[in-house]
Ligand binder design. Sequence first.
Ligand code: IMP
Length: 194
Amino acid sequence: MKNLVVATGNQGKLDEIREYLEGLNWNLQLKPKDLEVEETGDSFMANACLKASVVAQALGEWAIGDDSGLMVDALDGSPGIYSSRYEATDSKRIERLLRELGNSENRRGKFVCAVAVARPDGSIVLEAEGVCQGEITRSPRGKNGFGYDPIFYVPQYQQTFAEMKADLKRKISHRGLAFTNLLAQFRNLDESEK
Ligand code: IMP
């Protein structure tokens, strides 16, 4: 079984990706802590590719990278690729976003997730993206999840991400959709490539 290094230092993310890619014949591993990758790309996909490529090349192993964030229409797509760097903590990030959006009637926003897989030489072999459309609430609602979940409302389910059960969020979220898309491509990956 081939190794696939997940370009993250976060065990939680490794566990989540392991669930998404269940059934594939790959041995998922966490990247070494001292191998840092700076997110210098100008898009989610550029950052996902960068993470996968740098880690793959440094270790001479297959690697997978992802990047995600929230884009708010009335804020011209902010915080976007800066979602995790927008403020120091989740509650401060939410506070700032609600403050900047103010009383705007246009509450539309979307979560985006990009995922990329690199061969051991660093070249990118697979790319997938998932988008989940929703609306930004006027105040936080719900206790589940993380990040911007309490202010991201999905009209179809009449719940914020933080009010949803984890398995529903997993199915309809940007990350869930990106990995469903990636899984299909993984299955088609030429046997000789692996
Ligand atoms: P990264 O993809 O680990 O770089 O993180 C991107 C940032 O976007 C996170 O720190 C969160 O602030 C935000 N984010 C990404 N996905 C979600 C989500 O599913 N719920 C809430 N916030 C998210």
